[in-house]
Design a protein around this ligand. Structure first.
Ligand code: FEC
Length: 318
């Protein structure tokens, strides 16, 4: 008999169309609709990256499909079948919808994973809280992957991306050691630090491990994409970091947004358009590493950590 194990693949979510941006933004703002000006500004950012296509949805779809295939393909124990469902934080199908679908498929044991390698109570923690509450209400036993920021295959995949861009710089005549590598991730309100949140430390650990493996000596960590709210957010922001580096006469910069796993607004707009514009104003050259998207090496990371957690489920049942 085959046992079905559900996998809830959680991701940030993105609108399905420009018309959907308002309800998406309202959800991010916990039910408070944005002003006309805020809405126009956000729609403008989506139009600038894709002209009305929302790349995060396609990447999440592909990652979810590839994960299900990898889990079942490499599954020596054919007594288990993994079935993946999506659960998005701010868009359909919401996290709760994903858990509901697990239940409707007759699944009573599941693993939850977020497509973000670093844990913060305000990011991954909030996804898990919502999934756990829904699973409990439906009688599903669920365990969660909290972080995978030092998984050896993740570090290797990111290091390869950093090395590839350093090669590109070298081919263009720059010395590798003259390139400043800027690791970055989404900022969060500063108050997370007083809560003993591991987010910043985990990001620094990933940065250090990737720098070591890629043989990078000139690197630093910086934040990006801070929210537009009055409270203080973690800094320095990448735009300020670029201005500082320009004062230090740094000419070549490599952006490595290790906090994200897909091409989406925060990468394609905040880095490829906004940061790129600042770099060119400052007469600096800025490249960015490729996103992980559906790279089989990244899917292997997800499948490995999901399988490990699933093993704990099995142990719990026997
Ligand atoms: O491509 C897309 O459509 C979605 C891109 C996207 C990703 C993403 C990831 C993270 N966020 C995190 C935290 C916050 C906090 C606030 C916040 C606000 C926004 C807004 C947009 C947005 N985020 Fe996001 N985030 C993405 C998009 N994010 C759009 C609203 C407008 C703006 O501020 O730009 C502030 C909420 C508030 O108002 O209180 C906090 C974190 C991540 C990375 C981890 C994860 O993926 O969950 C942390 C992708």
């Amino acid at each position: 008999m085959t046992t079905k194990i559900g996998v809830l693949v959680m991701s940030y979510g993105t609108p399905e169309s420009l018309e959907g941006v308002e309800s998406y933004y309202t959800h991010i703002r916990r039910g408070n609709p944005p002003s006309d000006e805020q809405l126009k500004e956000l729609k403008g950012r989506y139009e600038a990256i894709t002209g009305g296509v929302f790349p995060l949805r396609e990447h999440t779809d592909r990652q979810t499909g590839a994960l299900q295939e990898a889990l079942n393909r490499d599954n020596e124990d054919k007594a288990i079948e993994y079935i993946c469902f999506q659960g998005l934080k701010h868009a359909h199908p919401f996290i709760e919808d994903g858990v509901q679908r697990l239940a409707e498929s007759g699944i009573d044991h599941a693993v939850g994973i977020v497509l973000a390698p670093h844990y913060s109570v305000m990011s991954v923690g909030s996804y898990i809280k919502r999934a756990r509450e829904k699973a409990e209400s439906l009688g599903i036993q669920m365990v969660f992957v909290e972080s995978y920021h030092l998984h050896p295959q993740l570090i290797a995949a990111l290091s390869r991306r950093v090395s590839a861009k350093l090669d590109q710089y070298e081919e263009a005549g720059a010395k590798r050691e003259d390139v400043r590598v800027l690791f970055s991730a989404h900022s969060l309100p500063e108050r997370i630090l007083n809560m003993g949140d591991p987010y910043r430390d985990q990001l620094l650990e990933t940065s250090k491990a990737v720098a070591e493996q890629a043989g990078v000596t000139s690197w630093q960590f910086t934040w990006q994409s801070a929210g537009r709210t009055p409270e203080p957010w973690l800094g320095p922001d990448i735009l300020d970091t670029l201005r500082e580096l320009s004062k230090e006469q740094v000419e070549y910069v490599l952006s490595a947004p290790i906090g994200f796993v897909s091409d989406h607004l925060e990468v394609l707009y905040d880095l490829d358009i906004e940061a790129q514009a600042v770099a060119s104003e400052l007469d600096m050259r800025l490249l960015r590493i490729e996103s992980l998207n559906s790279d089989p090496a990244f899917i292997a990371v997800l499948s490995d950590v999901v399988r490990t957690r699933a093993g704990e489920l099995k142990a719990g049942r026997s």
